[in-house]
Design a protein around this ligand. Sequence first.
Ligand SMILES: C[S@@+](CC[C@H](N)C(=O)[O-])C[C@H]1O[C@@H](n2cnc3c(N)ncnc32)[C@H](O)[C@@H]1O
Length: 236
Amino acid sequence: MPTQPGYDPKAVRALFDEMAATYGIVNFIASFGFAARWRHQLVEGLPLSDASHVVDLMSGMNELCRSVAPHAAPTMRLTAIDISQEMTRRARMHWPFRVEIHLQDVLTWDIEPACADAVISSFGLKTFDRTQQQQLSERVARLLRPGGVFSFVEISVPPARLLQLPYLFYLSRVIPWIGRLFLGDPANYRLLGVYTQAFGTCHHFAECLRQQGLEVSEVSYFFGCATGVRGIKPHA
Ligand SMILES: C[S@@+](CC[C@H](N)C(=O)[O-])C[C@H]1O[C@@H](n2cnc3c(N)ncnc32)[C@H](O)[C@@H]1O
């Protein structure tokens, strides 16, 4: 049973290819709807109705599109990037705006500089180590046009010890059982807990984004059970 997270993109892709069939239902049930709520909160307040091009990184099965839809102009275009063939194959494509999926590693994908009005991402950071988070921050800064906005959220380790122990127990022991109930491989779901513990919070990623010259606010959701970063690329 792996106890150390692996950050090789091939291993991460294989993990999500295997989990794709059960990820949606397990994520919804095991998070008691919090995952959906945090996605909505990630999008709230972003000026998406003015955005013509939104980029969703680590887009999975386009889960974030549900949160984007109520705020989006019909003329909007969303580019979704994900490394897992099985996740993208299951992605819902019918939304009240145009969606294009690219099956790519976000760290090597050939990006068009300053093409995005907004960069968004939910629950895709934990499988990046600190160096990869640094590389990702460079890519976010490059993707955004000046004045463009960004918002990320990730499951995190809450600071209060009273909450930390039961929450980590839930992530690493209970969720794998829920995964098994829905015929997923419990070892894969256990690994998500291992990644979360190693990830900690979005703070390191926030620092990386600041080094790229972006204005960054750090956000805490439900006593730190998830954390996020949001902000803007200032005009030069
Ligand atoms: C936990 S899922 C999150 C999916 C979705 N955004 C959501 O809100 O549920 C993490 C996703 O990140 C993708 N991913 C991980 N590393 C990636 C990389 N280097 N490039 C692109 N996608 C990646 C995985 O394939 C997976 O679909």
